[in-house]
Design a protein around this ligand. Structure first.
Ligand code: NAP
Length: 248
């Protein structure tokens, strides 16, 4: 039977690249997006062309109502849930903490932390063998920022990703006995739209050149690691934080 995965923030960037690779492996993919229906539709078409099935699912991960509805929509369409790629995330313009407004801080933690926790909670409720589920896999998308701290750029974002790492460590221990593996991927400087949304479209190219591998990474290179963690090839891997950073 075809496996089904929900990818939050599946419409663009790392989420879209992951959807494409999973489509090529025959997965059914729930492509969550916040605003960009056109991009979500493109991802759905890519998955279908690659050989999988897909469904665009609107929803803000920071909204509990939306998150529950997203998982319900996926299960209604595909009849099962085998995996979550907890990927939706935001940055904000570079700033020192002293200059950050409360609204920015709240939104950062609402989307990147509360959103990740709510999505992981829903996946746990539905996949845990202790709750009637069939087991599964969660891959949380953190960031190298969690260990770098991102001074003068966005220490709010870095802290939100620190929380994602800690979620991964704790939840892997909770859910290991319940048939669910939980890991995190920590990308470095990856060539996606996220840098433009933080006001620096050239950031990945410029800083990527300073990494040991001398270039930014591609969304596809991150997606490959996510797909591996989702697969049975990673059957003994849980609670791991996998850096995909070109050595940064
Ligand atoms: P991206 O290209 O900016 O895409 C962001 C995706 O998240 C889009 O699909 C967007 O949907 C969705 N999204 C944003 N806010 C959302 C919300 N509140 N609810 C649901 N979906 C939401 O980002 P990316 O670079 O692929 O980043 C993906 C993940 O990797 C993020 O967690 C990010 O922090 C992490 N990461 C990225 C890098 C990097 O260098 N790119 C490095 C380290 C970590 P719409 O299309 O509807 O806007």
């Amino acid at each position: 039977m075809t496996k089904a995965v929900l990818i939050t923030g599946g419409s663009r960037g790392i989420g879209r690249a992951t959807a494409r690779l999973l489509g090529a492996q025959g997965w059914s993919v729930g492509v969550n997006y916040a605003q960009n229906l056109a991009a979500a539709r493109e991802t759905v078409a890519d998955v279908e062309r690659a050989g999988g099935q897909a469904l665009a699912i609107a929803g803000d991960v920071a909204s509990e109502t939306d998150v529950i509805a997203m998982f319900d929509a996926l299960e209604q369409k595909f009849g099962r849930l085998d995996a979550l790629v907890n990927n939706a995330g935001i940055v904000a313009p570079s700033s020192q903490l002293a200059d950050m407004e409360l609204a920015r801080l709240k939104r950062m933690f609402d989307v990147n932390v509360l959103g990740a926790y709510l999505c992981a909670r829903e996946a746990a409720r539905r996949m845990s063998t202790a709750r009637g589920g069939a087991g599964g896999v969660i891959v949380n998308i953190s960031s190298a920022a969690a260990r770098l701290g991102s001074p003068n750029e966005y220490i709010d974002y870095a802290g939100s990703k620190g929380a994602v790492d800690t979620l991964t460590i704790g939840l892997a221990k909770e859910l290991g006995p319940q048939g669910v593996r939980v890991n995190a991927v920590r990308p470095g400087l990856i060539d996606t739209d996220i840098h433009a949304s933080g006001g620096k479209p050239e950031r990945a190219a410029q800083l990527g050149a300073t990494t040991p591998l001398g270039r930014p990474g591609s969304a596809n290179e991150v997606a490959e690691s996510i797909v591996w963690l989702l697969s049975d090839a990673a059957s003994y891997v849980t609670g791991a934080l996998l850096d995909v950073t070109g050595g940064r």
